[in-house]
Design a protein around this ligand. Structure first.
Ligand code: PEP
Ligand code: MN
Length: 263
């Protein structure tokens, strides 16, 4: 169902002001985790002013350590919904388990499936049945075939609105947190009609690399970006070392727009 050959043309996913695919470019920006109402509202205003069309923010966080901050759960979802009410940004947030799908879907516009859950087939079916767009992140050790077959689980439930997110894979290399293969963009565009979103934040794990890789993703033909942005990255409760501040995000967007216009 993800096949470009079968559908014949690329698909565009549209929700509120966000559009990605078939020539439309969508930018999802916001903190790794929702931390407070003030943090998410400030960020929503700043990223919207710089050109984002969707707001990200985790309320259910898949942390490597069970002792790390796990997210504000429903309180965080309510803060995201309040930010949408003010800005009209589409809300993109992760759902970690089948038991949370209805709760997250009540507040979110796009359901994010995290890398760690890419092959959680019951969860893929559950989000497929909800009827809201899904951002499916590539598993850190998943092949492209496995990634595309995971998307099939969602599409098979009758939900056509799946975006594929390349967020980097695990390799022997350690100078970046993951290895971000931008060849995924032309490969997936040849194989599938689904929009391809690049995540240079998780893909590199270093703030200083994010702008350059965001620009490179655009040049490679990506249909959108997902970027971690925080009012004060040094005090972030998760992933601050790979987050842009507001100024860094604005400058990145300026460069992204220059490259988009040149394509
Ligand atoms: C995230 O988007 O904050 C996240 C946890 O991403 P991933 O599932 O790609 O690690
Ligand atoms: Mn993160």
């Amino acid at each position: 169902m993800a096949s470009l050959e079968v559908r014949g043309e690329p698909s565009c996913i549209e929700v509120l002001d966000f559009k990605a695919g078939a020539g439309q470019f969508g930018v999802i920006a916001g903190p790794c985790s929702v931390e407070s109402e003030d943090q998410i509202l400030q960020t929503a205003r700043a990223v919207k002013a710089a050109g984002a069309t969707a707001l990200r923010g985790g309320a259910f966080k898949p942390r490597t350590s069970p002792y790390s901050f796990q997210g504000l759960k429903e309180d965080g979802l309510k803060m995201l919904a309040a930010a949408r009410d003010e800005t009209n940004l589409a809300i993109v947030t992760e759902v970690m388990g089948t038991g949370d799908v209805d709760l997250v879907a009540k507040y979110a516009d796009v359901l994010q499936i995290g890398a760690r859950n890419m092959q959680n087939y019951r969860l893929l079916e559950a989000v497929g049945a909800v009827g809201k767009p899904v951002l499916l992140k590539r598993g850190a050790s998943a092949t492209m075939d496995e990634f595309l077959l995971a998307a099939e689980y969602i599409l098979n439930e009758g939900n056509p609105d799946v975006m594929l997110c390349e967020r980097g894979i695990r390799t022997f290399e350690e100078h970046t947190r993951f290895t971000l293969p931008l060849a995924s963009v032309p490969y997936l565009h040849r194989k599938t009609h689904l929009p391809v979103i690049i995540d240079p934040s998780h893909g590199t794990g270093h703030t200083y690399m994010v702008p350059d890789m965001a620009v490179a993703a655009v040049a490679a033909g990506a249909d959108g970006l997902i970027l971690e942005v925080h009012p004060d990255p040094s005090s972030a409760m998760s992933d601050g070392y790979q987050s842009l501040n507001f100024e860094g995000f604005e400058r990145t967007m300026q460069r992204v727009n220059v490259v988009r216009q040149a394509l």
